[in-house]
Design a protein around this ligand. Sequence first.
Ligand code: GLC
Ligand code: GLC
Length: 635
Amino acid sequence: MVEATDAVEAACRHVLAALDKGRSPDDQDSADFRRRLDAHLPDLARLFHGLYGTRTDWLDQLAALVNQAAHSWAVRPADLLALDAAREDNSGWFLSNQMLGGVCYVDRYAGDLEGVRAQIPYFKELGLSYLHLMPLFLAPEPHSDGGYAVSSYREVNPKLGTMEQLRSLAGELRAHGISLVLDFIFNHTSDEHEWARKASAGDPGYSDYYWIYPDRTMPDAFETQVREIFPDDHPGSFVPMPDGRWVWATFHTFQWDLNYSNPEVFRAMAGEMLFLANQGVDILRMDAAAFIWKQLGTPCENLPEVHILLRAFNSVCRLAAPSLLFKSEAIVHPDEVAQYIDPAECQLSYNPLQMALTWEAMATRDVSLLAQALEHRHNIPEGTSWVNYVRSHDDIGWTFADEDAAAMGIDGFDHRRFLNAFYVNRFPGSFAHGVPFQDNPRTGDCRISGTTASLCGLEDGTVHAVDRILLAHSVALSTGGVPLLYLGDEVGQLNDYDYALEDGHATDSRWVHRPHFPADRYARRSDPSSSEGAVFAGLRTMISVRSRTPELVGTKLLDFATGIPGVLGYQRPGDGTRILALANFSDLAQKVPALTLSGFAAGALNVLTGNLVGLEQGIVLQPWQFVWLRVTPAS
Ligand code: GLC
Ligand code: GLC
């Protein structure tokens, strides 16, 4: 340990000396950068040493990395420097109850970047302050995994616009109080990326950018431990290259995993990250984070080095793009999800457990697992936040912990089978119209595709479909964190069963829930007699009430056991008062008895309706009804 500290101190001196050679200390930029270096270089050096300290070139690599950060800082545009300063004074800006996210595909939702700009008035109508645009960079055609195979991080897909337009859109969104969120697809590049092309051509430097082996020996050894992610696409994790070598491809054959055991890859990707930061991106969604480090003899997911890498990337941001935040996309075991959430790592994280268990409770009409998750897995460190969503562009995977389920007497494997059957409408009484994703008969694994409305039963007008859509969103909007809407769901968009007709989409059922802009549904959003009007109005009310309810700031949550299997309860503590949320996940009216509520003073306010509610008689909830009550602990 002593040795490592010495090494880190020596490294800092080495880096500073190398940096000073090229820069004048009087330079304003440089003085500011030096201040950041003093604060953050020791951390970065320690992390870098942890990853690469056994290599003879690690110091030079570190010096080159810091130099690159200095250059990036020197060209950071003035408006972003101002933003950096503002956010340094208000580092908890993203914990506010004004934060509301939306996510969409540029082409499907708006045609191109200009089309996105044209939607800004609508985004404001909805109350968005966070816009995640799905991957919009140069990618292979027609197979690009929805843009998640990036051929250049510095070129916008020409069908969508230009880098200049992206920068100006970022500025315009910011002027309207909307932060831009883009993916940092850093686990892999497409096989058409320049680095991949050079690797294919046999360039040894670039072959080391990926996990490439001459024969099946190492692939076979790795694959004994590694999970198959897209078994419909290819078995195992490796795919053959045209010259007979094998390359690691966790996702599709055309998405090649980067080799972060090579410090040059870290440096190259840090360069791409800082480039994106300087275009005006506020938050990077760290795509497929769990997979970025490989170690023979392990499952190659969530390894300790993954966290060191994320911290090192984060530390590079603190030097040269200090207002940038990370959102972790780790759709893994809940114990592992929690490991990514830290102010020094990912300040934001998807909440895949709450997402999946909301659907689980809707199917079972039993909230036990969801309530257990809220009680034991919801609270996260100060200065971090969940991103809560009802569904995303990806499938719904049942990522609850088997041990949590076992504690409730539920067998995880059987329960997932039931949930899959329920959501593809192969279970008696199911209201859902989902389709299977990556059904793997060998392992029994399967996930679900479908839009929120189709999964809630709106397709055949099932009674309570609208209520279920609103109830699912009420959970995402009130448990704490940034709620994220899949745009189009706020008007109840349905599955697109024609997805397979589009070039490159036939083999990926996730396209069923990525429909084009539902213009007709949006046109009816103000008509209260339509389902889209009912969904839209209900959501609008929740969004606006949330933004006026101080108890809903941040993520802190207290559990509340209703004692009724179908009724979820939780509390959001404020200053003296609390919001008590109750949600009926069942087809029958339910009464939460007065005794259960006797810890609170009798007079409560339903903040969603503005009505006063007496708790002395208990609270009756209609099927699929929810309430947000402002309560005061009984004195
Ligand atoms: C993430 C994306 C998903 C994509 C995968 C590979 O999980 O959300 O859509 O297929 O990464 O990039
Ligand atoms: C797997 C991965 C996740 C990805 C998803 C895409 O669940 O763990 O990162 O989003 O596949 O379907």
